[in-house]
Write a protein that binds this ligand. Structure first.
Ligand SMILES: [Zn+2]
Length: 138
């Protein structure tokens, strides 16, 4: 058993609903009832109309690869164990983009435009990290 642990994100008042949902295997983004726009990453107001009355909504967890890179150098010992790994920008079907990893997928099959779906990596007793995997069903 490795003694090397993943660096954990630190939830803030603004991001806590995202992490609480992820811990329950649910992917959420922010939605603005005033103008109807979705946004990610979490902010304290709508970036489209500046309304402070932002809400959270559950996503389909599906999307496509907007762009990606294959990392061959890791920023820390935990990620070094995972080399090589894919860092990708996903475009969710709800229209927002999200930086993530593509996991449990052959790297040679990772392509721009390919369909992906969310999976959750449990990284502590109280936190899970949304990751994505290739979705053969699209
Ligand atoms: Zn708005």
């Amino acid at each position: 058993m490795s003694n090397i642990h993943r660096l954990l994100p630190v939830a803030t008042d603004i991001t806590r609903p995202y992490w609480d949902a992820a811990a329950k295997n649910s992917l959420v983004i922010q939605h603005c009832p005033a103008c109807g726009k979705n946004q990610f990453y979490p902010r304290g107001f709508c970036i489209s109309c500046l309304s402070p009355d932002i809400e959270w909504k559950e996503c389909s967890g599906k999307g496509k690869i907007y762009t990606f890179t294959v990392n061959h150098r890791a920023p820390n010992p935990y990620m070094e164990q995972k080399l090589p790994y894919v860092v990708a920008m996903i475009e969710l079907d709800e229209g927002t983009r999200m930086m993530t990893n593509i996991v449990d997928s052959p790297i040679a099959e990772v392509k721009i435009g390919k369909r992906v779906k969310v999976v959750f990596e449990k990284i502590s007793e109280t936190m899970s990290l949304p990751q994505f995997t290739l979705d053969p069903q699209g």
